[in-house]
Design a protein around this ligand. Structure first.
Ligand code: Z5A
Length: 211
């Protein structure tokens, strides 16, 4: 059985990741691949319980360091119980947010020491790293406007203010610049079909997929 592939979707608020993740999962399944679509924080039963804690409440409910530890507690459970078993069975795992969200939200925007985050990546993720990360990029005001239109969303992170979200955008772009082999920047402005075509082009080119 061949090892599966691991694709993560990253970016700021309202970037369209969830919408495009569903489209990519459907496309890969239509080609006959086993696909596991998942998300963070969450994706396993224990991690979904931590999601409840971390996404609800006031903007300052948790400090950035505490958030980092909560994200990594959730991530370890998700990696152990969902991501690694799926990859081992040869499935393609598509995940809405992963470790780069901690680097950008808690690190670049929140001020957590990057050395702590790097140590957690080493010890908690071990060898489980994305084969491809799609970083959705768009102006902060457009993303926040889209996120506010979304029904039923938790608003704890959206409420952190414009300067936080500008640091967040720059944080994601810095990750893409630092790791160009793993990351592809997706221009998130345009129709759903235009963005979908950019996602598909990146997956085809980076992971040698036909179609
Ligand atoms: N977080 C963290 O701090 N640290 C971590 O390590 C991790 C996460 C893993 C998860 O929230 C929160 O956890 C997140 C970061 C933090 N911050 N917040 N909030 P979530 O899962 O509830 O939400 P999200 O991941 O932030 O989703 P989002 O960014 O708000 O949305 P999205 O998935 O990128 O977009 P969408 O839901 O597909 O689309 C949003 C709206 O825009 C929707 O109405 C769409 O119909 C519309 N849309 C989508 N594409 C387009 C285009 N192309 N044009 C126009 N409108 C569009």
């Amino acid at each position: 059985m061949s090892q599966g592939r691991f694709i993560t979707f990253e970016g700021g608020e309202g970037a369209g990741k969830s919408t495009q993740l569903k489209r990519l999962a459907a496309r890969l399944e239509a080609q006959g691949r086993a696909v596991v679509a998942t998300r963070e924080p969450g994706g396993s039963s224990g991690a979904e319980s931590i999601r409840e804690l971390v996404l609800k409440g006031s903007a300052d409910r948790w400090s950035p360091v505490t958030e980092t530890l909560l994200m990594y507690a959730a991530r370890r459970d998700h990696v152990e119980r969902v991501i690694r078993p799926a990859l081992a069975k040869g499935a393609w795992v598509v995940c809405d947010r992963f470790a780069d969200s901690t680097r950008a939200y808690q690190g670049a925007a929140g001020g957590t020491d990057p050395a702590l985050i790097a140590a957690l990546e080493t010890h908690i993720l071990e060898a489980t790293r994305p084969d491809l990360t799609l970083i959705f990029d768009l102006p902060v005001e457009v993303g926040l406007e889209r996120a506010h239109r979304r029904a039923g969303a938790e608003m704890r992170f959206e409420s952190k203010g414009q300067a936080f979200h500008e640091r967040l955008r720059e944080g994601f772009l810095a990750i893409a610049r630092a790791e160009p082999g793993r990351c592809a920047i997706i221009d998130a402005i345009g129709s759903l079909e235009a963005v979908e075509a950019r996602v598909w082009a990146a997956v085809r080119e980076r992971l040698a997929v036909d179609g």
